[in-house]
Design a protein around this ligand. Sequence first.
Ligand SMILES: Nc1ncnc2c1ncn2[C@@H]1O[C@H](COP(=O)(O)OP(=O)(O)OP(=O)(O)O)[C@@H](O)[C@H]1O
Ligand SMILES: [Mg+2]
Length: 239
Amino acid sequence: MNDKDYEDFISTVSHELRTPLTSIRGFSETMLSSWDKLDDESKKKFLKIIVEQSNRLINLVENMLSVTKLQNTKEDLIYKEVQIKPAIETIISIIKNQYSDKSFKIDINPNTPPILADKDKFEQILTNIIENAAKYGDENSTIFIKTEILNDMVSIKITNSGIEIPQNDYEKIFTKFSRIDNPLTRKVQGSGLGLYITKNLVEKMGGKIFVKSENHKTTFEIHLPSSNIEVQAREKCSR
Ligand SMILES: Nc1ncnc2c1ncn2[C@@H]1O[C@H](COP(=O)(O)OP(=O)(O)OP(=O)(O)O)[C@@H](O)[C@H]1O
Ligand SMILES: [Mg+2]
């Protein structure tokens, strides 16, 4: 990282950490000082905000750690066979809490083979893309997640309706700290690191990521190697 990048990093990090922390502190203090005056519904609402903001902090720290690790090319990934469906369902169940106006529709070909990937990193990839779809999607809209079997890869497509990403920005969004300036991004929080990390992780695992945004719909498509290749290779060796 050069000095300019480092300064950007520190100022983005400080801002991004302060926002959820301030909100966690504020709501906890209110609950402590006014416990007897608050009804159960308000207490529940406040606790929900505290959980949401804590989740945001966890994802943020996870992403920040990844940025520093990405510079270190020797970071070891642990490859295993990973089933796609349960991973997607886990991530959705977490994201749903925070974006309760969104619905999720999953369409997974039952013959989809597992992928060969680092499970935690795969979940981080899904979290970043599905969270974006929820964060930048139209209010009360549905997010579609569909898998397809390609030759030796599995494709995962995540589609949301909402403000489009201009074609000129397709490359830019995958770079560090880049956010597209529109009324929506000004309203929602973000450090502009999610897609940068996601692209790096996908490529490290031998995959590719594409974006297409038109007719008020945005689709991110991820290709990751299916574990069949390895199984096939192993079979060849044992012949
Ligand atoms: N599904 C989407 N629909 C519309 N715009 C999107 C979508 N996903 C990403 N973008 C745009 O790309 C930018 C970069 O996304 P990225 O995930 O890297 O950063 P972020 O969401 O702003 O912050 P972070 O993920 O680090 O919290 C976003 O700020 C937004 O402008
Ligand atoms: Mg993001």
